[in-house]
Design a protein around this ligand. Structure first.
Ligand code: G1P
Length: 294
């Protein structure tokens, strides 16, 4: 079985839900406490053993490339000032055994199209897709969500998609799957649909932004017509894949923050701040003293 060594990060989206913050800055660079969203996703992939990161970018996304590159002036300055801890922190963003590749998605035609832009960079092997908007925190002391999925892929040898149950009134925001239980936390998927209405949704099992996909998904995406919202949907590519291969849904262990929405972003900020080694204790005291009346 081929090892998962490449992760694709679709980061060309406009981030309109965070305007005006995202007018000139990529939404993936918005920080939760002290780290940009995209770095959480890259670290999750790295923790899952992946060393080749492919970013599908667009206009206004230069800051992402700079973030994962050497910051010569900054590093030089920190070195001169003898600020070794900060220098190590800056350098840790880009481990020496990690490669980053960038490809542009020049038209916003949808998530499926974004993934297709990476085809020539995933080497004909199965690959991971991570949507940085979904900030995933694994269980305390346990494996990251993508690492759990890689383990499932290594057992099953087919595509694996992260899922979680959502309330009925939220199904229209997600890809929704139906499947038969097939081992711990696993469903053998029989159906997947993108953003159904609550009336038409075949279940409440929603796709979270983590995928391990076989190379065959590209051919499906190429062949399919436009889907929900007139976009080339990744969900439809996976639906096509089901005619040829097994695909499993994996109910991950951990927590997902929908940082594509302001509410989810705020929840992530508060919860991760409380856990932060430097500011956590002080922030807890601050929240207590705030004594919010609701
Ligand atoms: C995308 C996918 C959807 C998935 C969701 C997870 O939607 O198309 O199937 O459930 O990510 O966050 P988006 O949030 O980009 O509209």
């Amino acid at each position: 079985m081929k090892k998962i060594n490449t992760a694709v990060f679709p980061v060309a989206g406009l981030g309109t839900r965070f305007l005006p913050a995202t007018k000139a800055a990529p939404k993936e660079m918005l920080p939760v406490v002290d780290k940009p969203l995209i770095q959480y996703a890259v670290e999750e992939a790295y923790a899952a053993g992946i060393r080749h990161m492919v970013f599908v970018t667009g206009r206004n996304k230069r800051a992402i490339e700079d973030h994962f590159d050497t910051a010569y002036e900054l590093e030089n300055e920190l070195q001169t000032q003898g600020k070794q801890a900060l220098l190590d922190l800056v350098r840790s963003v880009q481990p020496s055994d990690m490669d980053c590749t960038y490809v542009r998605q020049s038209h916003a035609l949808g998530l499926g199209h974004a993934v297709l832009c990476a085809e020539h960079l995933t080497g004909g092997a199965p690959f991971a897709v991570l949507l940085a908007d979904d900030l995933m925190i694994g269980p305390a002391g346990g494996a990251s969500v993508l690492a759990q999925m890689v383990q499932a892929y290594e057992r099953l040898g087919n595509s694996v998609i992260a899922v979680q149950e959502v309330p009925q009134d939220q199904v229209r925001r997600y890809g929704i799957v139906v499947g038969q239980p097939d081992g711990e936390r696993l469903l053998n998927i029989s159906q997947i649909v993108e953003k159904p209405t609550p009336e038409k949704a075949p279940s409440r099992m929603a796709v979270a932004g983590r995928y391990i996909l076989t190379n065959a998904v590209y051919e499906q995406i190429r062949q399919q017509p436009r889907g929900a919202g007139g976009e080339i949907q990744l969900t439809d590519g996976i639906a096509g894949l089901l005619h040829h291969e097994r695909v499993h849904a994996y109910q991950y262990e951990g927590k997902r923050y929908d940082c594509g929405s302001k509410e989810g972003f705020l929840e992530a900020t508060v919860e991760l701040a409380l856990q932060h080694p430097e500011v956590g204790a002080g922030f807890r005291d601050y929240l207590r003293a705030l004594n919010v009346k609701i």
